[in-house]
Structure formats: C-alpha cells, structure tokens
Design a protein around this ligand. Structure first.
Ligand code: 3IX
Length: 152
C-alpha cells in the first residue's frame, strides 16, 4: 500500500504509543489503512510474544493489536466524517472474545468497522484473523481527547 497509515498522520505529541506510535523507537509501529468501508492492520508477531503454549500469541498482545487498530480506526472515521483532522482517540472500553488461538510467525489481519459515531465517541467493531480464520472479535469505545485537555 502506498497511502500514509493513519498512525503516520497523528500529530507528533500523539505519536509515542508503544503499539502504534511512529516516534516510539522500541514500539511495534502498527499501521492501519482504509479498505473500502472497513479498516485493516496487518502484523506478524515474533514468537517471543507467545502465550503459555509455544507458537501461539498471548492474549494481551491480541488485545493490544485490536486496541491500537481500534483507536486508529476511530481517528480515521472521524476525519472522514467531519472532513477535519481529529486530535487523538483514547480507549474508554475494550471488549475481546478469544475464539481460537492466534499463531505467531503468521500474518494476522485486524479489521475495524464503524458501529457508531456520536460526538467525541466512536464505537468500533473489531476482528483478528489468521489465514482467514477468526481468532478474536470484539469492540472498542474510543473517545477523542478534547483540544483543551492537552494543556491540562
Ligand atoms: C495518546 C495521546 C495522549 C495525549 C495526552 C494529551 C494530553 C493529556 C491530558 C489528558 C489526556 C487524557 C487521557 C489520555 C491519557 C493517557 C492515554 C494514553 C493512551 C492510551 O493508552 S489509551 C488506553 C488507555 N486509556 C486511557 O488511559 C483512557 C482513560 N480514560 C479517560 O481518560 C476518560 O475516561 C475518557 C477520555 C476515555 C472519557 O472521559 P471523558 O470525561 O472525556 O468523556 P465522557 O465520560 O463524557 O464520555 C464520552 C462518551 O464516551 C462514553 N464512555 C466513556 N467511558 C466509557 C466506557 N468505559 N464504556 C463505555 N462508554 C464510555 C460516554 O458514555 C460518552 O458517550 P455518550 O456521549 O454517548 O454518553
């Protein structure tokens, strides 16, 4: 893909997230893009992120991938809807149902779909799949940081 990832359009002060901040040297630098009306983020996890059984990802990392992609999806949805750049979304709530083990060393696909946009709140439905198989699904309530809170 040649277009700029959502996370690469965040203002510098919002670009330090461990999961997706382009300015976090030690972070995972997740990248999210539009794919029609949905959004997509692809990531292959190193086996060092295994859970209790070798070769499968630990749940916190699955939640992280869905969390960062959810926040990015909310940002992009707001920008597309109101035609002006949003600040940054933080996670108010994240629900994850783990449906099947997610492998390491295999490209994972995280997909987001806008469920609701209301004021500063965006609700995003999320899935995480490996080779077409659903491994996790859930939803996130993302809330935009108001501009005046940056000073507080
Ligand atoms: C990432 C960049 C950070 C930049 C920081 C810049 C300046 C610093 C100053 C303030 C920053 C504030 C927060 C950011 C701090 C650290 C974030 C690090 C990034 C992450 O690592 S992120 C993962 C962890 N995350 C958090 O660290 C969030 C902690 N939390 C909060 O900061 C508040 O809790 C917040 C902002 C989420 C909401 O507070 P609020 O007062 O602004 O908004 P309010 O309560 O009015 O909710 C508005 C609408 O969201 C609905 N709603 C709210 N909470 C809900 C819930 N739990 N479940 C279902 N719906 C919920 C309401 O029902 C209403 O919806 P409706 O209008 O339909 O009723």
């Amino acid at each position: 893909m040649t277009e700029l990832a959502f996370q690469d359009q965040y203002a510098d002060e919002y670009a330090h997230c461990y999961g997706c901040g382009r300015l976090n040297e030690d972070g995972m630098k997740l990248k999210s893009y539009w794919d029609g009306e949905e959004t997509v983020c692809r990531f292959t996890a190193d086996p060092k992120f295994s859970g209790g059984y070798p070769g499968f990802l630990y749940g916190g990392m699955i939640a992280s991938l869905m969390d960062c992609h959810g926040a990015a999806t909310a940002w992009a949805a707001k920008a597309r809807t109101v035609q002006q750049e949003a600040t940054r979304f933080v996670t108010a709530s994240l629900k994850v149902d783990f449906r099947a083990p997610a492998p390491t060393n295999v490209e994972l696909e995280v997909r987001g779909k806008i469920n609701e946009i209301k004021g500063r709140k965006v609700v995003v439905d999320l899935t995480l799949s490996a080779a077409g198989k659903l491994c996790a699904e859930g939803s996130a309530v993302m809330v935009e940081i108001p501009i005046n809170r940056q000073e507080g």
